[in-house]
Design a protein around this ligand. Structure first.
Ligand code: EPZ
Length: 420
């Protein structure tokens, strides 16, 4: 298992390029199950999760190859409609194969995702929506068994705005007979990108980018090519990394609009930020102001930046409160930040941070993807050396993060092979 060894207290400077979005790739790739043929997805990030999705699709008969950031998928010969636990246990997003398989093949056997580092993450909304479209679904022995004739369009209202359930339902509804109306649908940029890709494949979808989607089912779709949108969460991670170190950076290949809520909070903290159509410049202030944040669905402040924001607020001059309204128990990074000397109390789904206490380097343990990013940020500003253990969590969602950070002047090294 790898760890990162970080020697802190270096201001980040320079420019870095943002990769394609993990959460967009993980939605686009299963869509290739909807019509046999060759697909080219450019700007695909080289991440563990993308590899996991490739392995899952390969187990169903899809050919995949990633050269640089060009991902080519060949779904002409699908041999199986099963997503085994061996794959699904590695990554919840595997559930995205359910909708396309039921819609195209009328059957699917998909493992339930199982536990997550931070509390329950059910898939009831995915199942309810597919049942509304006419699928017969039975959950037994840890597997979702779905069968259906041709799906039939229906009116679907999501009680909770869910990225995954919206994506799965969209991929099912495009091949259903008749019209599907989806209310309180998710409007995250990754879902908008998926909907636009489905339209490129011949799908008929109205209301893209709004929380009311209307899908006119078609008999057939065809392969298409597309470019993956930039990763707004990776972008936010680098902006908060620059801010916590008192540095100044430019990030390229980014969509500033997708990062608007994070940019606004960074400006409240005192950072001066300018942007162009595809880059963002950040100059951090002498001292950071404390800023309260409450996470929300897009375009609100992303839950996937909550951990990084808590790390940032440990360096702010004063107290702040960070509340997560999407995942009420997503605070596994807090005890590790406290090990570095941070003063943070958890009250229900809020973290109360008393900033300004200098962090001191020590060993800390990664528990999940974004929690590990917050430990990296803390290590960049801590005095002395910080060892961030089990960085395989990071490799799931950040492409060569240590290489990119080193290009900005950080002292961070990957150490391999030790058991921690
Ligand atoms: C997506 O997860 C992202 N993952 C997550 O990013 C992100 O945290 C999350 O959206 C919220 O923005 C991918 O896109 C692959 P949801 P998803 O369905 O689709 C509840 C990262 O770090 N819910 O929008 O699983 C759920 O419990 C990852 O990159 C149900 O109750 O999230 C949560 O409270 C982590 N029943 C809320 O809805 C359901 O059937 C939002 O979840 C589905 C969801």
């Amino acid at each position: 298992m790898d760890k990162f060894v970080i020697s802190g207290r270096r201001k980040l400077k320079g420019s870095v390029s943002i990769s394609g979005a993990k959460n967009a790739s993980l939605a686009l790739m299963p869509a290739t199950l909807l019509a046999g043929g060759i697909y080219r997805l450019s700007n695909t990030p080289d991440l563990k999760d993308v590899t996991t999705m490739s392995r899952l699709l390969e187990s169903m008969g899809v050919g995949t190859s990633l050269t640089g950031d060009q991902l080519v998928l060949d779904s002409s010969r699908i041999t199986s409609q099963e997503a085994p636990y061996a794959h699904v246990k590695k990554m919840r997003a595997s559930i995205y194969v359910l909708g396309p398989l039921v819609a195209r093949y009328g059957r699917a056997k998909v493992s339930l995702p199982g536990g997550c580092a931070w509390g329950p993450r059910p898939v009831n909304l995915h199942i309810d929506a597919l049942q509304k479209l006419g699928a017969k679904i039975e959950v037994k022995r840890g597997y979702i068994h779905a069968t259906a004739g041709r799906l039939i369009g229906a009116k679907i209202h999501f009680d909770v705005s869910s990225v995954g359930a919206t994506g799965n339902t969209l991929m099912a509804a495009v091949l259903a007979k008749g019209t599907t109306t989806m209310e309180n649908a998710a409007i995250e940029p990754e879902i908008t990108a998926l909907a636009e890709f489905l339209v490129k494949m011949g799908g008929r979808i109205e209301g893209i980018g709004t929380n009311k989607l209307e899908v006119e089912g078609v008999d057939d779709l065809h392969p298409a090519d597309t470019a993956t949108i930039p990763d707004r969460i990776e972008a936010a991670t680098f902006l908060t990394a620059a801010a916590i170190t008192g540095g100044s950076i430019r990030i390229d290949n980014v969509c500033p609009e997708h990062c608007a809520s994070v940019i606004a909070r960074l400006q409240d903290a005192g950072c001066s930020i300018t942007s162009t159509s595809d880059s963002i410049n950040l100059e951090s202030p002498g001292s950071l102001r404390p800023v309260d944040v409450s996470t929300a669905i897009y375009p609100g402040f992303p839950t996937d930046v909550q951990a990084q924001w808590i790390a940032l607020m440990t360096a702010a001059q004063g107290s702040s409160v960070v509340t997560d309204t999407i995942y009420l128990d997503r605070f596994k990074h807090v005890p590790e930040l406290v090990r570095l000397g941070a003063d943070i109390q958890i009250r229900n789904n809020s973290a109360l941070i008393t900033g300004g206490k200098p962090l001191m380097g020590t060993m800390v343990m990664s528990t999940d993807l974004r929690a590990s990013a917050s430990l990296i940020l803390a290590g960049l500003v801590a005095e002395g050396t910080t060892d961030v253990l089990r960085v395989y969590h990071l490799d799931r969602g950040y492409e060569a993060i240590e290489v990119k950070l080193r290009s900005l002047g950080a002292d961070i090294t990957r150490v391999s092979g030790e058991e921690f």
